[in-house]
Design a protein around this ligand. Structure first.
Ligand SMILES: N[C@@H](CCC(=O)N[C@@H](CS)C(=O)NCC(=O)O)C(=O)O
Length: 215
């Protein structure tokens, strides 16, 4: 039977949480299908996204959209109303921030999540991991400074999808040798996000728990 609804595919702990939060914030008519870790490499999902990664949206007409920043752009343009229109100044800044976060910051996590893809020996893998953590320190400092200068509440001065992905990145920081207390604006942002009803809904849909003071 053909699908009658657009569906976002997610997995616990992953960047797909940002799209899930966006769906909650704008109340988009998109179902969220949370897969168990590992299902992303099984045939059923590879038939949807041959890259074997989340997020992906499968549309009711069978078309598929992958890449988080493209999915967030589609959500904003299609279901976001005026607040998420892409031709606004906020929309431009949001696209810029999401490109930075998905390519530079998420990209820098490569050696942390899969050091074997970057070096062979244990010592070489350790070296690329340490280099990645140094790079991440710079990225988190930049994001902490930007959030502080934007008045501290929202990354771009008002709520946007950049906050949804920033929250994911701040959660990942806890898995690294970096310390969240070195980035006080990011720590406060995490607590603000975890008090948000849409974030709570999205976490529940992905079988995830809040991590900070609001938990
Ligand atoms: N460039 C992609 C990256 C997607 C990505 O790396 N997703 C991760 C989760 S955060 C994933 O599915 N990893 C599973 C794997 O690589 O096995 C995007 O921005 O959507």
């Amino acid at each position: 039977m053909p699908d009658t609804q657009d569906t976002l595919y997610t997995m616990p702990g992953t960047c797909s949480l940002a799209a899930n939060i966006a769906i909650a914030w704008i109340d988009a008519p998109v179902a969220v299908e949370n897969m168990a870790y590992g299902d992303h490499k099984k045939d059923a999902y590879l038939a949807i996204n041959p890259k074997g990664k989340v997020p992906a949206i499968k549309f009711a007409d069978g078309d598929v959209l992958t890449e988080l920043s493209a999915i967030l752009a589609w959500l904003g343009a299609t279901h976001g109303g005026e607040g998420y229109a892409r031709d606004s100044k906020l929309g431009r800044r949001e696209a810029e921030a999401l490109s930075f976060m998905t390519t530079e910051v998420h990209g820098a996590y490569g050696p942390h999540f899969a050091a074997q893809n970057f070096a062979k020996s244990d010592s070489a893998q350790d070296e690329v991991k340490q280099a990645a953590y140094d790079r991440l320190r710079g990225h988190y400092k930049r994001m902490n400074d930007k959030l502080s200068s934007a008045d501290g509440d929202w990354y771009l001065g008002e709520k946007s999808f950049a906050d949804a992905f920033l929250y994911v990145l701040v959660r990942w920081l806890d898995q690294t040798p970096l310390t969240l207390s070195d980035y006080p604006a990011l720590a406060a942002h995490r607590d603000r996000m975890e008090a948000d009803a849409g974030v709570k809904t999205a976490l529940g849909r992905q079988d995830m728990q809040p991590m900070g003071a609001a938990s």
